[in-house]
Design a protein around this ligand. Sequence first.
Ligand SMILES: N[C@@H](CCC(=O)N[C@@H](CS)C(=O)NCC(=O)O)C(=O)O
Length: 204
Amino acid sequence: MLENLILYNGPTSPFGRKCKVAALVLKIEHQEEKINIYKSRFLDEHNPLRQIPTLMVGNKTITDSDNICLYFDSISNAKSLFPKERYWDCMTMISVANGIMENAVNRFIEMSSLPESEQRHVAIERFEKKILRSISWMENKFDEFTKKEISMDQIAVACALDYTSFRFSNEWKTQNPKLTNWLELITENEYMKKTLPGESFKYE
Ligand SMILES: N[C@@H](CCC(=O)N[C@@H](CS)C(=O)NCC(=O)O)C(=O)O
């Protein structure tokens, strides 16, 4: 018998979006709970880092978006999102997309939770440089990962780019025409439309 899956997610988390998109593409039945992570003490028992996304599989916990996506892939009857013939390139692209998300989340927290005089401008600059350098690296590898069939690296890149535009800026588009056109097409899919960010909770 299939176990009950609960995906603890947030309204704007790019990591959570990645998992939700993977679940939709792989047709994984699950219950999604959008929680305020800053007020969700109940989660500490399952995930001591208290982060979203966190997946409950019956009584078992799976933490980290990459593990959750791999788990969904392992139980799905659909074609794997991790192509065997370019597995490590795919995993590396996912890691770089995760890095964009991390830097964009940290930048947003720094800028939204502190008065301007207390913000660390050097840190913000570093976050921004890493994001922009990673996007241009992806533009250079465009033909290697944008295959016709949807794959996990494409999902991660789409979530990372959309989150960059949402929280930072969409100026990256002027320097990266291939990714810009591709993102426009991929965001037309239901799995992207259904997972657009909602209203965020205040960082506390
Ligand atoms: N490596 C983790 C990162 C998850 C993450 O950073 N989640 C953020 C939301 S976008 C979070 O839960 N932040 C709350 C906190 O860390 O206190 C993953 O891939 O799932």
